[in-house]
Design a protein around this ligand. Structure first.
Ligand code: BDR
Ligand code: CA
Length: 319
């Protein structure tokens, strides 16, 4: 089985990414580490437990990590994912935070990767604070990873948080800088513009959420708020569906054939600049003199099929 560690700031698309990973029988999620971002790290922990509860996987260990960026800032304002990060949908039966592990998320990343050298892929769908701290604790960590899959950054200087920066990088530019420069392992980036071009049509979302299952009912409940926000203004030009940003990083980690085209270049992050702090830099000419290249996802498998109106084989045939 593929071994994954998942680092999240559990908003709605993080929840979708986690559920995608949990649904894959060929994957073992060794732990989920939580970090500030869409909401407070305490809410993130609670949200991850709610997702695991909905999927009947509460045995997966959940670790609490950094509450603030390296410079001590938090940026999540709750406008898209709700104040609690999962659409502010009441949940009287949420699991107790007592289930959160005592070990800190950063220590857990270092420990789990060292226990499984060369086997663990890290999926990061959040500000990169935990990952930056982990490589400072253990500089040998990146060399022991199988792969690193990040949702974050941007390639066309089109931001969704500041004019030029994507949320996960804007929330902790220093951490993004450390990760892009110090994790010299196989790296895939699902950047903001790429995820914008890969939208889930609204009628697909309706069919998905309308299914008769506990997981679909949970998703429908937490998804309502951000769906309404996205229909008003997603920040993506020409938007016609939902952008489940974090799911693309997860899908790439799950399935080696998911990314059909990528551009690999040295990348870094702008740390100063009137408008550009947090913006990702793509060094197409090699002027930074860096040897390590990250692969920026460009194209993915066109159409994915799922059971629903008919058997999944028929769905594929019809598509
Ligand atoms: C990223 O920001 C968060 O709001 C989402 O969960 C995603 O990780 C998109 O810019
Ligand atoms: Ca996220």
């Amino acid at each position: 089985k593929k071994k994954l560690l998942v680092d999240v700031d559990c908003g709605v698309d993080d929840a979708q990414a986690i559920m995608l990973g949990l649904a894959d029988p060929n994957v073992e999620i060794l732990g989920i580490t939580c970090v500030h971002g869409n909401t407070t790290v305490e809410n993130v922990c609670k949200n991850v437990l709610r997702v695991l509860q909905a999927c009947k996987k509460l045995e997966i260990p959940v670790f609490k990590g950094a509450a603030k960026s390296i410079l001590g800032i938090t940026v999540g304002d709750g406008s898209f994912h709700g104040q609690d990060g999962l659409g502010d949908a009441p949940d009287a039966g949420a699991p107790s935070l007592d289930l959160i592990q005592e070990e800190n998320a950063v220590s857990a990343i270092v420990r789990i990767v060292n226990e499984n050298p060369g086997e663990v892929s890290l999926v990061a769908t959040a500000p990169l604070t935990n990952l930056a701290l982990a490589v400072r604790m253990d500089p040998t960590l990146p060399a022991k990873l199988k792969g690193l899959y990040i949702m974050g950054g941007n390639t066309e200087s089109r931001g969704n948080t500041t004019v030029c920066s994507e949320f996960n990088f804007a929330a902790d530019p220093e951490a993004a800088y450390v990760v892009l420069n110090d994790y010299q392992c196989e790296t895939y980036l699902a950047c903001w513009e790429f995820t914008c071009y890969s939208q889930l049509p609204w009628d697909f979302c309706d069919a998905w959420l309308g299914q008769d299952s506990d997981k679909a009912r949970f998703m429908a409940k937490i998804f309502r708020h951000s769906m309404e926000e996205a229909k008003k203004d997603s920040g993506c030009l020409g938007f016609t569906g939902f952008v489940s940003c974090d799911s693309y990083a997860m899908a790439a980690a799950l399935d080696d054939s998911f990314v059909t085209e990528s551009d690999c270049h040295p990348v870094s992050v702008e740390l100063t600049g009137t408008h550009t702090r947090g913006m990702m830099i793509v060094d197409t000419l090699g002027l930074l003199k860096k040897t390590h290249k990250a692969c920026i996802m460009k194209k993915i498998l066109g159409i994915t099929c799922v059971h629903g109106n008919t058997a999944v084989e028929n769905v594929c045939k019809n598509a």
